[in-house]
Design a protein around this ligand. Structure first.
Ligand SMILES: NC(=O)c1ccc[n+]([C@@H]2O[C@H](COP(=O)([O-])OP(=O)(O)OC[C@H]3O[C@@H](n4cnc5c(N)ncnc54)[C@H](O)[C@@H]3O)[C@@H](O)[C@H]2O)c1
Ligand SMILES: O=C(O)C(=O)C[C@]1(C(=O)O)C=C[C@@H](O)C=C1
Length: 366
C-alpha cells in the first residue's frame, strides 16, 4: 500500500488524485486543503480516501507527498516539512509552475537526505478548483520532472511509475532551464492575455457593452485571462528574472513592428506575419508538447432544446470518448458553435464521419 498525501485539491491536485486512484492499485490517498468544501467534495466523490486537517498529523504517514497549491504556499510547506519526522524513503514533489524558488525552499529537506523532485505538468486550464478536476487532463501532455541535486535516479523512476496513470510524457530538465522555457511558453502569454483584457476594458470604459462585440480573435487570445489571480501573482513573483528578460524582447519587437507600420515598410510587415504563420502552421498537433494535441470538431448548433444532447448521444452510442466540450458564443442570437475535443486523430475522424452521416453540420476551422 502506497500512502500519497496531496496538499491542494484544486484543478491539478484533484486531477492527479483521479489519475492515481484510477491507475495505481493499492494507493491510499490523503487530501489536505484550506478549503473545507473542496475536501468534503473530494471525499464524497471518492477522489480521496481521507481528508486531513493538518500537515504535521498526516505527512509522517506518507510515502509520497505532492504539493499542488499556489507556488508561494508550496515553498512555505516545503519549509514546514523540514521540521517534521517524515518517512526516510519519502518522495516529495510538487506541481508548481516555477521551479527554482521551489527547489530553493526544499534545501532544508535535502540537507536531511529527503528526496525532492520538482514536477510541473504542462497541461491545465483557466478553471480552478476540485470540481474542474479531470482524469484525462494530463494525457499526452509533457510533464517536467526537475530533480534536486543528488536525487537517486531510481527515485525518479519510482515517481514516474506512480504518476503513470496521468499518461503524461515525462521530461527531465534543470530548474533554470525549466523556468526559462515556461516563462516563454506560459508566463508571458498569460501576462499578454491579461494586458489585452485590461487595456481593452480601459479603452472601452465609456461603452462597456462594446466588449461583447469581440469575435474569435479576441476570445482565442484571452481565454487564459480567466485564470486564477493568486496562482499568477505567485508565478510572476517567483520567476521574475526570466520573465523580465523576455518582456524586454517583446517591447523591442513591438516597437519595431510599430516602426515598420509607421514607415509603411510593407516588406518588413509581410515578413513578420509570414514568419509567424509558417512557424504556427508547422506545429503538428500530434508532435507538439507545449501546445497540446487538440483534435477538435466545430459543430453548428441551433438554439434549440436538446440540440447538444443529440450530438453527445450520437458520440456516446458509438463509444467515442470526448476530452472536452465547449460552447463558443461568438455569434449572439445566431446558432452557437459547439467545440468537441477528442484525444486522438482517429476519434476525431470517426466522430466527424458519424456526425456528418447524421446530417449534423460541421464547420471548417483551422
Ligand atoms: N491551472 C493550471 O493550468 C496549472 C497547470 C500546471 C501547474 N499548475 C500549478 O499547480 C498548482 C495548483 O494549481 P491549480 O490550477 O490546481 O489551482 P487551484 O486553485 O485549482 O487549486 C489550488 C488548491 O490549493 C488550495 N490552497 C491554496 N492555498 C492553500 C494553503 N495555504 N493550504 C492548503 N491549501 C491551499 C486551494 O484551496 C485550492 O483547492 C499551482 O502551483 C499552479 O502554478 C497549474
Ligand atoms: O490551458 C491553460 O489554460 C493553461 O493556462 C495551462 C498552462 C499554460 O499552458 O500556460 C498554465 C500554467 C501551467 O503552469 C501550465 C499550463
Amino acid at each position: 500500500m502506497t500512502t500519497v498525501l496531496i496538499e491542494g485539491l484544486g484543478l491539478i491536485g484533484g486531477s492527479l488524485a483521479l489519475a492515481l486512484k484510477q491507475k495505481v492499485a493499492d494507493t491510499y490517498l490523503i487530501g489536505l486543503d484550506q478549503n473545507l468544501d473542496s475536501l468534503r467534495y473530494a471525499q464524497s466523490a471518492g477522489i480521496i480516501d481521507e481528508a486531513g486537517t493538518n500537515l504535521a498529523a498526516v505527512a509522517p504517514r506518507a510515502d509520497v507527498i505532492i504539493l499542488a497549491t499556489p507556488v508561494k504556499n508550496i515553498a512555505a510547506t516545503l519549509r514546514q516539512l523540514a521540521n517534521l519526522k517524515l518517512k526516510p524513503n519519502v518522495i516529495v514533489t510538487d506541481t508548481g509552475s516555477t521551479k527554482q524558488t521551489v527547489l530553493r525552499a526544499a534545501e532544508p529537506l535535502l540537507a536531511q537526505g529527503i528526496t525532492v523532485i520538482g514536477g510541473h505538468p504542462m497541461a491545465g486550464s483557466h478553471k480552478s478548483g476540485v470540481q474542474a478536476a479531470n482524469l484525462d487532463l494530463f494525457r499526452s501532455a509533457y510533464y517536467f520532472l526537475v530533480p534536486a541535486q543528488h536525487v537517486a535516479p531510481k527515485q525518479v523512476v519510482r515517481l514516474q511509475q506512480l504518476l503513470a496513470g496521468t499518461q503524461a510524457k515525462f521530461l527531465q530538465v534543470a530548474p533554470a532551464e525549466h523556468d526559462h522555457i515556461v516563462a516563454m511558453l506560459s508566463h508571458v502569454p498569460h501576462m499578454l492575455a491579461a494586458t489585452l483584457v485590461n487595456e481593452t476594458t480601459h479603452q472601452f470604459q465609456d461603452s462597456p457593452t462594446a466588449l461583447r462585440l469581440a469575435a474569435g480573435g479576441f476570445r482565442d487570445m484571452t481565454r487564459i485571462a480567466s485564470s486564477d489571480p493568486q496562482m499568477w501573482t505567485d508565478i510572476l513573483l517567483t520567476n521574475t528574472a526570466a520573465i523580465q528578460q523576455i518582456l524586454h524582447r517583446y517591447i523591442t519587437d513591438l516597437t519595431n513592428l510599430e516602426q515598420a507600420m509607421t514607415t509603411r515598410d510593407q516588406t518588413a510587415l509581410l515578413a513578420f506575419f509570414q514568419q509567424a504563420k509558417v512557424t504556427r502552421d508547422a506545429i503538428d498537433p500530434q508532435k507538439a508538447g507545449a501546445i497540446p494535441g487538440f483534435f477538435d470538431i466545430f459543430v453548428d448548433i441551433p438554439d434549440r432544446t436538446g440540440a447538444i444532447a443529440k450530438v453527445t448521444t450520437i458520440l456516446a452510442q458509438a463509444q467515442i470518448q470526448l476530452v472536452n466540450l465547449q460552447i463558443l458564443e461568438t455569434r449572439e442570437e445566431l446558432n452557437g458553435i459547439l467545440q468537441l475535443t477528442f484525444a486522438s486523430a482517429v476519434a476525431q475522424q470517426q466522430a466527424q464521419q458519424l456526425l456528418a452521416a447524421k446530417q449534423i453540420s460541421i464547420l471548417r476551422r483551422a
